[in-house]
Design a protein around this ligand. Structure first.
Ligand SMILES: Nc1nc2c(c(=O)[nH]1)N=C([C@H](O)[C@H](O)COP(=O)(O)OP(=O)(O)OP(=O)(O)O)CN2
Ligand SMILES: [Zn+2]
Length: 154
């Protein structure tokens, strides 16, 4: 079983859900400054997605754990991140498949699903480990309505 330690994020919501998952993916960073990482190579990524909210759905779920796995693992496992043109590309550093950008992309994918549920649940943190010694934490922040209930209604 996956065992990781990651920091928690303060929030005002009643429920907090965490989903751990792994996915194997290849990538290259399209910059000479990335050194050997500019060559195609692979990682077993570990992701922890934190979702918070006040409302449960008619199954008693904040969101189904298995749906979060499908959104992330189902999309990226055994793929090359560079091939996911909707999210990553060579033309803009904010679209390079770095750990930073990948963590943000995971958060955006999950948030888009939550927005469709209409329960005002929020993806408040994504922890993404690329190697045993390297990880990034992405938090969308208060401007995206995270950590407060003021945005997105009531
Ligand atoms: N800020 C970032 N730096 C680097 C990224 C990144 O996404 N964001 N990515 C890479 C490479 O893709 C590489 O796969 C990971 O680098 P690194 O942690 O240096 O990997 P090592 O196994 O060589 O690390 P050790 O220090 O030997 O444990 C590079 N940088
Ligand atoms: Zn890499």
């Amino acid at each position: 079983m996956i065992q990781q330690i990651y920091p928690s994020v303060a929030h005002p919501y009643r429920y907090e859900l965490n989903k751990d998952m792994q996915f194997a993916a290849a990538h290259y960073i399209p910059s000479d400054k990335a050194g050997v990482c500019s060559r195609m190579h692979g990682h077993t990524y570990f992701a922890n997605v934190t979702i918070a909210g006040d409302e449960l759905d008619d199954t008693g779920f904040l969101v189904d754990f298995s749906v979060i796995k499908k959104l992330v693992h189902g999309r990226f496992d055994h793929s090359s991140l560079n091939d996911h043109g909707a999210w990553f590309g060579d033309e803009d550093p904010l679209r390079y498949p770095t750990t930073e950008n990948a963590a943000r992309v995971v958060c955006e994918i999950v948030q888009a699903h939550l927005d469709g549920m209409g329960t005002r649940a929020r993806c408040i943190q994504v922890f993404l480990r690329e190697t045993p010694t390297s990880y990034v934490i992405y938090r969308p922040g208060i401007e995206a309505g995270i950590g407060g209930k003021a945005h997105g209604g009531s």
